[in-house]
Write a protein that binds this ligand. Structure first.
Ligand code: NAD
Ligand code: WQD
Length: 392
C-alpha cells in the first residue's frame, strides 16, 4: 500500500462486533471498539476500516505478545524491529497464533526517514513503543549505545509522529524509574528515584521527553506503562523470551538451569530485610502485561497529556518462593548457590496496581504458577522436548 490517508470518519462499533473467541481465552473481549475509517487521498484508493497500530520492537518478548493481542482482537498491526535482539521467526509465530499476519518492517526506530515513510504509507493512528535495549549490566558497560537507542529512539519516534499527526503513544517504561522507593506498595505518585544504571536513566529520560512533548501540544495522549517484572510466555508455548546471551534476569536463568544448560542458580543475597532474606519482586504474566497495553490505548483515546500506569500484580514473591513454586510446577529440583548481593539491587519492590484497575479496568489475573508453567512450556518447546511435567 503506497498512499496517504486522511481521517474520514469514526464509527463506534457495538459490543457484539467483538471478535472474542472463547476457544482462545487469552484474547481480551474488547468492551468497546472505535473503528476509524480512512480514505486514501493520494491515489484515489479508499481504504476502509484501515486503522493500524505500529508496534516498535514487536518481534521482541513483550512486543510480540502485544502484537498478538491486537491481531487477535481483529486489529491491523505494523511491526518495526531491527531484530537486534529477536528473530524473524517471532513474526511467523505471531501470525500462526493470531491467524492473521502483521506487516513487518525490518528497520531501526532511530531511522527518521524510515519512520516518515512508514507513517505516510500505512494508516497508523497509534504507536506502542517497545523497541529498546534492556540489559542492565550491558548498559553500564555501553552507556552511549543505551542512550542512543533508548533515548534517541524515543526522540526520533516522537518527532516523526508529530510530523505525521499521530498523537497516541504507549511507552514501555519500567518500575526501575522509581529507584529504591521508600514506601510499599509503589504507586504512581511515588517520586521517580535516581536510577542506578544507564538503562534505568534512559527510561526516565524517555519518560521526561514524552512529558515535555505532551505539555507542548494538547493533541498528544501518551501512556507511560511502568512494568514491574514481566515473566512467563504465551500458553501455547510458541512465544516467549529468547535471550541471545547469558540471561541477567531471574526467570530466564532459572529456565536454563532447569533444562540443564547451566549448573546452578546463583541467589544474589539472602541477607535482605525480607522474610527469607532474598529479594522480593512483583512478577506478572506477559499475557496480562500485553492486555494492559490494549486497555491503555483504549483509555488514551479519551485522554490528553501524559498518563502513568503501573502494571504489576500488587503481590511480591521472593527469589526462594519463585524457585520453590517452579519446583512444584515442574517437579525439577533447582540447584542453588547463595552468593553476594548483586550491586544496584533493591530488597523489595511491588506495585500498587489500583490506578490501572480504576482507570483502565485492567488487573493482572494469572498466577505465579501459570507464569512458571507457561515459561517452562515455552522453554521445552524451544529445546524440542515434549514432556512438560505438570505444566498446566
Ligand atoms: P526484547 O529485547 O525482547 O524486545 C525489544 C525489541 O526491540 C527486540 O526485538 C529488538 O530487536 C528491538 N530493538 C532494539 N533496538 C531497536 C532499534 N533501535 N530499532 C528497532 N528495534 C529495536 O525486550 P522486551 O523484554 O520485549 O522489552 C520490551 C520493552 O520493554 C523494552 O523497551 C524494555 O526496556 C521494556 N521493559 C522490559 C522489561 C522486562 O523485564 N522485559 C521490564 C520493563 C520494561
Ligand atoms: C529479580 C530478583 C535478583 C537473577 C531487572 C531490571 C528492571 C526490569 C526487570 C527491564 C532480584 C534475583 C536474579 C539471578 C537472583 N527490566 N536474582 N539470581 O532486578 O528486579 O529488574 O529486570 O526494565 O529494570 O533492573 O529483575 O529478574 O534481574 O531479579 O537471585 O540469577 O532475582 O537479585 O532479587 P530486577 P531480575
Amino acid at each position: 500500500m503506497n498512499c496517504t490517508y486522511r481521517l474520514a470518519n469514526k464509527v463506534e462499533l457495538a459490543d457484539q462486533s467483538s471478535p472474542y473467541r472463547p476457544e482462545q481465552p487469552w484474547f481480551l473481549p474488547p468492551h468497546r471498539r472505535i473503528e476509524t475509517i480512512y480514505e486514501a487521498i493520494a491515489d484515489g484508493v479508499t481504504c476502509e476500516g484501515g486503522r493500524m497500530i505500529l508496534i516498535t520492537g514487536g518481534a521482541g518478548y513483550i512486543g510480540a505478545h502485544v502484537a498478538l493481542q491486537w491481531l487477535g482482537n481483529g486489529e491491523d498491526v505494523v511491526i518495526l524491529d531491527n531484530l537486534c535482539n529477536s528473530q524473524r521467526a517471532a513474526i511467523e509465530r505471531i501470525s500462526t497464533l493470531a491467524g492473521k499476519r502483521p506487516e513487518f518492517i525490518q528497520g531501526d526506530v532511530r531511522n527518521r526517514r524510515l519512520l516518515d515513510n512508514l507513517l505516510r504509507d500505512y494508516p497508523i493512528d497509534a504507536v506502542v513503543h517497545c523497541a529498546g535495549l534492556k540489559a542492565v549490566g550491558e548498559s553500564v558497560r555501553e552507556p552511549l549505545r543505551y542512550f542512543d537507542t533508548n533515548v534517541g529512539g524515543s526522540l526520533t519516534l516522537c518527532q516523526a509522529m508529530a510530523q505525521a499527526g499521530v498523537f497516541h503513544l504507549v511507552f514501555s517504561s519500567s518500575a526501575t524509574v522509581y529507584g529504591d522507593c521508600a514506601t510499599l506498595p509503589i504507586n504512581e505518585n511515588c517520586a521517580t528515584g535516581q536510577p542506578t544504571n544507564p538503562y534505568g536513566m534512559s527510561k526516565l529520560m524517555s519518560e521526561n521527553i514524552m512529558k515535555s512533548v505532551a505539555s507542548s501540544d494538547p493533541r498528544w495522549s501518551i501512556g507511560l506503562l511502568r512494568y514491574f517484572n514481566p515473566i512467563g510466555a504465551h500458553p501455547s508455548g510458541l512465544l516467549g523470551e529468547a535471550p541471545t546471551s547469558t540471561p541477567n534476569n531471574l526467570l530466564p536463568y532459572l529456565l536454563e538451569v532447569a533444562s540443564g544448560q547451566r549448573a546452578q542458580l546463583s541467589v544474589f543475597g539472602n541477607d535482605y530485610p525480607t522474610p527469607d532474606g532474598t529479594g522480593i519482586r512483583d512478577y506478572l504474566h506477559v499475557v496480562d502485561l500485553a492486555l494492559g497495553h490494549v486497555c491503555a490505548l483504549g483509555a488514551l483515546r479519551d485522554r490528553h497529556g501524559v498518563s502513568i500506569w503501573n502494571l504489576g500484580t500488587g503481590r511480591g514473591y521472593s527469589v526462594l518462593e519463585v524457585v520453590s513454586a517452579f519446583e512444584q510446577v515442574t517437579g525439577i529440583k533447582i540447584p542453588l548457590r547463595i552468593e553476594a548481593r548483586r550491586p544496584g539491587d533493591i530488597a523489595r519492590c511491588w506495585a500498587d496496581p489500583q490506578k490501572a484497575l480504576e482507570e483502565l479496568g485492567w488487573q493482572a489475573s494469572r498466577s505465579l504458577h501459570s507464569m512458571l508453567a507457561d515459561a517452562w512450556r515455552w522453554q521445552c518447546n524451544q529445546l524440542g522436548q515434549v514432556d512438560v511435567r505438570q505444566a498446566n
